[in-house]
Design a protein around this ligand. Structure first.
Ligand SMILES: [Zn+2]
Length: 401
């Protein structure tokens, strides 16, 4: 297939949700760009004769033939982080549609049901919880907890779902929809440099690091920036700054772990005001669940110490947790047989396939990222590598269907 044809999918959505301020794309659940991408997905799937349905949680399913159990399901997501790249998510959705289009064009007739699945809010950019659509579908996230999640404007997930046209009472575990999935395959641009070092265009995923999100709240005393002498301050911003340095030190003391503060919020947030409290969001990851817990405990101890030194108090609250995932060994072996010498790589990034892996056989394919950069406008994949990814997906679908 010519690369241009593949890129047409990315080209068609290239102007949807561009973020002029941050660069890249901001495509968030049920906001204008996401709605436009959903329409595009429906139109593109219908061009292949697929039947599209929206499930109770806002995930889109495009069925090749009749929906049914033991289905081979492939897909990814179309939403992005704030100021994200063009490939994280869309490459998997577009490759799935392309692979099915190729199978159809070759006259292939599947012996099992097949669907392309587009997950809602994989990045958690609007409601703060990554893999929201797959966690709701599988029941990994409690429905009441989900309904109460709020976005930056204070809109609850329940309200947003209603506005989109879903029944908020029906959000949550959807065993009937889940029971149709015989196995799930997610193709994704690699978020790292593994394939660069190996000199290969495509890999099979072996595992996902344990990861989670925590909210650090440091509370001090709000006061006047001009009238309060330095010695009299209980400034949570200073304590938070020290805690952030502690996050880096903690992660460096546990080799192979990753910990990041990428977002902070000062209350009330005035230039001439000593903050009364500061929220900082921690993302922490490690090879095993236990190591991640140890890392976070160390970060919490350092944050407490930073708070004490500044007359403040600190609390660390877990907002989400995903244990380490090993992708289904049987599927990985079958992929290796179908694709030949393909490397296996672990990843530090979370994915819907990782959530599904606790319920159904799941696998991932990674496509080389020539800089390793992701969640940023510079994220990229060469057209030839994207084609190699579709080649691989087509082969495994042909084998499994
Ligand atoms: Zn992704």
């Amino acid at each position: 297939m010519p690369a241009l044809q593949l890129l047409s999918g990315l080209t068609e959505i290239a102007d949807v949700g561009r973020d002029r301020r941050r660069g890249g794309y901001s495509r968030h659940l049920w906001q204008a760009a996401d709605l436009e991408l959903r329409s595009w997905f429906v139109e593109r799937a219908e061009r292949l004769g697929l039947q599209v349905e929206t499930d109770r949680n806002g995930n889109l399913w495009a069925w090749w033939g009749h929906p049914g159990t033991d289905a081979v399901v492939t897909g990814s997501h179309l939403d992005s982080v704030p100021g994200g790249g063009a490939y994280d998510g869309p490459l998997g959705v577009i490759s799935s549609l392309e692979a099915i289009g190729r199978l159809q064009a070759s006259g292939f007739v599947p012996t099992r049901p097949c669907a392309v699945l587009m997950f809602a809010e994989e990045e958690g950019s609007r409601f703060g919880l990554a893999c929201l659509g797959s966690r709701l579908l599988t029941g990994a996230l409690d429905a009441d907890q989900a309904r109460a999640l709020t976005d930056h404007d204070g809109v609850t997930l329940a309200e947003a779902a209603r506005k989109f046209g879903l029944n908020p009472a029906q959000l949550g575990a959807d065993p009937d929809a889940l029971a149709r999935i015989g196995l799930f395959i997610e193709l994704h641009v690699e978020q790292g440099r593994g394939l660069i070092d190996l000199g290969q265009p495509v890999a099979v995923a072996s595992s996902i690091l344990a990861h989670g999100r925590w909210r650090l709240t440091v509370t001090g005393q709000g006061n006047h920036a001009g009238a309060t002498a330095m010695a009299q301050r209980r400034d949570p911003m200073v304590a938070t700054a020290q805690a952030i340095v502690g996050v880096q030190a903690a992660a460096r003391s546990f080799p192979g772990t990753r910990a990041t503060i990428g977002r902070i919020e000062a209350i009330p947030g005035g230039t001439n005001v000593i903050a009364s409290s500061v929220h900082a969001w921690l993302d922490a990851r490690a090879e095993t669940d236990e190591e991640t817990r140890l890392l976070v405990a160390d970060i919490e101890a350092r944050a407490q110490q930073a708070a004490d030194q500044n007359g403040c108090s600190a609390t660390l609250a877990e907002e989400s947790w995903a244990g380490a995932v090993q992708f289904t060994p049987g599927l990985r072996e079958r992929f290796a047989q179908t694709l030949g010498q393909v490397p296996q790589l672990s990843t530090g990034a979370g994915h819907d396939a990782g959530v599904l892996a606790a319920h159904v056989p799941s696998a991932m394919l990674f496509v080389r990222n020539p800089t390793g950069i992701s969640h940023a406008p510079e994220e990229f994949a060469e057209a030839a590598d994207c084609v190699a990814g579709i080649d691989a997906l087509e082969l495994v679908l042909r084998d499994l269907l």
